[in-house]
Ligand binder design. Structure first.
Ligand code: HEC
Length: 160
């Protein structure tokens, strides 16, 4: 019998008869004698991870706002909140009343996490970048920056 083989047998016996063998390594200690690195399982206690940015990292510029408007229609936010976010099955995002807060981070949270009464969580589907552009667009509503505001969607009367 080779050495490796007999070692394996000794180990097998030690595993089968744990009480009969004091030399059995205690759980968690690697056979090599090195302390194993702790494996992170679930939330680990300790200092908090850095919080996501509180303010929109994107500037309220035309490119961001146009992209936000595009996403608003593309992801069917408009289907529930109305074409210009004036409200539908979902609440108006144009008015002054906010159920969950009007700060950048709060609007981001509403979109990313979803809200109890029928607002889907988009964080699982959309990258942060897209959500921030939606936030920028929502914040631009009713301002002079708003891309394609509702009154401009009405075609001007034909020139005489
Ligand atoms: C299936 C319909 C539906 C879709 C699609 C939808 N929403 Fe909503 N949304 C809602 C409803 C309903 C609420 C109110 C939830 C509540 O009262 O808990 C809401 C709430 C919100 C709020 C919070 C409003 C406040 O007053 O605080 C924001 C912001 C928002 N939605 C943005 C979006 C954006 C952006 C999209 C597209 C990515 C989107 N929603 C897509 C139905 C929808």
């Amino acid at each position: 019998m080779s050495l490796a083989c007999s070692t394996r047998h000794a180990l097998l016996i030690a595993l089968l008869l744990p009480s009969a063998c004091d030399a059995r390594p205690s759980e968690g200690v690697a056979l090599s004698g090195r302390t194993p690195l702790p494996l992170p399982v679930g939330p680990t206690p300790g200092p908090k991870l850095p919080a996501p940015p509180v303010n929109n990292p994107f500037a309220q510029d035309a490119m961001t706002l146009n992209a936000g408007r595009l996403y608003f229609n593309q992801y069917n936010c408009s289907g529930c909140h109305g074409g210009h976010a004036g409200g539908g099955m979902g609440p108006s995002l144009r008015d002054d009343s906010w159920l969950y807060g009007k700060e950048d981070a709060q609007i981001f949270g509403s979109i990313s996490e979803g809200r109890g009464h029928g607002m889907p969580a988009w964080g699982v589907k959309l990258p942060d970048e897209v959500i921030w552009k939606l936030v920028a667009y929502i914040k631009s509503l009713r301002t002079s920056e708003e891309p394609e505001p509702p009154d401009q969607t009405v075609p001007p009367p034909p020139a005489q």
